[in-house]
Design a protein around this ligand. Structure first.
Ligand SMILES: Cc1cc2nc3c(=O)[nH]c(=O)nc-3n(C[C@H](O)[C@H](O)[C@H](O)COP(=O)(O)OP(=O)(O)OC[C@H]3O[C@@H](n4cnc5c(N)ncnc54)[C@H](O)[C@@H]3O)c2cc1C
Length: 550
């Protein structure tokens, strides 16, 4: 069932077996795992069923490090969370991403790929994509060959896109019909209350924007608020532990990571082969994208981070941007009208719609020449069908970050409309990210030239002199990771290998915030695999406790 907290009536407490905080990809997936079981679930969502500027407001943050777009524009407070915005591209982490690497400080997961394999399979089912190895050999037949690189520096992978990426659309009916799951909207988790000995969560304080307060009591709590907000909620819960829950060793919020990216135009020498090899393609409902990445050999020999990427055609960005612009414009217009009707403040901050609209407009303007020259001119003046070969391809790179304890989320003195201290984001890179891209770009450029395929000049990439504190040409990818890192040692991590907060018997974190390192793969498939693993553990614990009582 789905209930708005403001319509609950005069109750001040609710109980359930499991309380899941946040209804993004992770929260919804976890709640669905319990549908039809004997366990009662409360799924809390701070936003409503549609985007609202008021619900988005608590995400407004202070940026003190590198410019970071995603902290404002890359996460959405609404049922479905950021899946209302994301692309659904799915790719697992690779074996070496989990390993401790001598040349990557603070690397190494306490679990390996083999342990996660069955959960990856289940995560694929959630995303409704076929099970795959994502290696070139497993690529669906598309009637042509793949790049036959001569050296062993580059490997080819592929990603799969969820056909229906919006989890609210995909699973709303499922949640509505579930008798044992209550999705409570406009229910903002404000702070956990721990037992005096700080070994368990007693209850969770929830607040609506209209000032209604509710205490949630549950046997198990799971924080699924995304890679930034999950840390914020722990830090804000300071009634028993003065620096926040799980933060005895000052680890919550540290090691914030994203996937810094950079791109430049590439000149195909063999247009046909190039677009055949690197163009995305569909098989059934599922779109596939070809990825190039640094091989384990190259990473090891050159001491670089995991770098990968894909060829893209910015015209598709322009088209997407134009669509976003139209959507954001109508959304803003609608919001103003609704606000006026509701005597609300029409000037209230609308970080997503307003900033996204202006960003989209800027993107369209920057690409107008391409849109005009290629699409319009070719289609309507020359009367030719626009083909990918006629457009300017770009070679894109995305790199894992070296885990850096000084790249972090902390709390501001400023508070949001719920009375919670705001996020301060200090995103920092080291020199390794730029160096890794430079090494890999050179290897890729050499290979492409040897194959007579395409050419680009790696020196044109804006990564020279990219010192800490400079932003250079990097952009973030709205992949927020690392702030509640997983580890066996409570002094250097926040959650244990099963994603349970060290020292707390009934508190888990289901988020990419637990990633100790992040590979170059999009994070959500791995996050879903981890959260399905949490579900199994919680189910076992709940069943054991029922049996113990019986
Ligand atoms: C444009 C874009 C494209 C992307 N493309 C990809 C991609 O192709 N592949 C990929 O893997 N990743 C992609 N990502 C990243 C991906 O969207 C996120 O990693 C993923 O959606 C995170 O899911 P989540 O459930 O952990 O967090 P979120 O989706 O952020 O959900 C968190 C939920 O918690 C709620 N919440 C937060 N705080 C509270 C609180 N205090 N109380 C109650 N509720 C709260 C929020 O309202 C939200 O619903 C993309 C992101 C963006 C912005």
């Amino acid at each position: 069932m789905i209930v708005d907290i403001n319509e609950l009536g005069p109750v001040d407490a609710q109980s359930a077996d499991v309380c899941i905080v946040g209804s993004g990809a992770v929260g919804i997936t976890m709640a669905r795992e319990f549908v039809g079981t004997a366990h009662s679930i409360i799924l809390l969502e701070g936003g409503g069923q549609a985007f609202e500027s008021r619900s988005q407001e608590p995400y407004r943050s202070e940026i003190v490090g590198l410019h970071h777009d995603g902290v404002h524009n890359g996460r959405v407070r609404v049922v479905g969370g950021t899946t209302t915005l994301w692309a659904g591209q799915s790719l697992p982490l690779w074996d070496m991403d989990f390993q401790q690497r001598d040349w990557v400080p603070n690397s190494g997961w306490p679990v390996d790929k083999r342990t996660l394999r069955p959960f990856y399979r289940r995560a694929e089912e959630v995303l409704q994509i076929p099970h795959a190895t994502y290696e070139a050999a497993d690529l669906p037949d598309r009637g042509d060959s793949l790049p036959a690189y001569q050296g062993d520096a580059i490997v080819t992978y592929f990603s799969q896109f969820a056909a229906m990426p919006n989890f609210a659309q995909k699973y709303r009916a499922n949640l509505k019909a579930a008798k044992n799951v209550m999705l409570l909207t406009h229910a903002n988790a404000v702070a956990f209350d721990a037992t005096p000995d700080a070994t368990a969560i007693r209850e969770l304080l929830v607040r609506s924007f209209q000032g209604k307060e509710l205490r949630i009591r549950a046997k198990m709590f799971v924080i699924c608020c995304g890679g930034i907000e999950s840390a914020r909620l722990l830090l804000a819960s300071d009634s028993v532990e003065p620096h926040g829950i799980g933060n005895r060793h000052d680890m919550v919020g540290r090691f914030f990571q994203d996937h810094p990216g950079v791109a430049i135009p590439v000149r195909p020498l063999d247009h046909k082969r190039f677009s055949q090899w690197y163009g995305s393609f569909r098989k059934g409902d599922v779109r596939h994208c070809i990825k190039y990445a640094a091989s384990e050999t190259l990473q090891r020999e050159k001491g670089i981070l995991h770098v990968g990427g894909e060829v893209f055609y910015p015209i598709s960005f322009a088209v997407t941007a134009a669509k976003l612009f139209a959507g954001a414009f109508s959304q803003m217009f609608r919001k103003k009208r609704e606000a006026t009707e509701a005597q609300d403040d029409p000037n209230a901050i609308q970080p997503v719609s307003q900033t996204r609209m202006f960003n989209a407009l800027a993107t369209v303007a920057q690409r107008l020449d391409q849109v005009g020259k290629t699409a319009f001119f070719r289609r309507y003046v020359l009367g030719k069908v626009v083909s990918m070969a006629a457009l300017q391809p770009h070679v894109g790179f995305s790199v894992e970050q070296e885990p850096n304890p000084f790249s972090r989320v902390t709390l501001s003195r400023q508070t949001d409309s719920l009375g919670m201290r705001r996020t301060v984001l200090d995103w920092r890179l080291t020199k390794s990210e730029g160096r890794s891209i430079a090494v890999f770009a050179q290897a890729l450029s050499d290979e492409w030239r040897k194959l007579g395929l395409a050419e680009f000049n790696p020196d044109d990439l804006e990564i020279g002199g990219r010192e800490q504190g400079e932003h250079g040409g990097f952009i973030d990818a709205s992949h927020h990771m690392g702030t509640t890192r997983m580890g066996a040692d409570p002094t250097t991590s926040v959650v244990d290998p099963s994603c349970r907060v060290h020292g707390y018997a009934n508190l888990y974190v289901g988020s990419s915030s637990v990633f100790p390192t992040s590979g170059f793969s999009n994070p959500t498939l791995t996050t879903l695999a981890l959260c399905l693993r949490i579900c199994d553990e919680i189910k076992t614990k709940l069943s054991n406790s029922i049996m113990a009582v019986a």
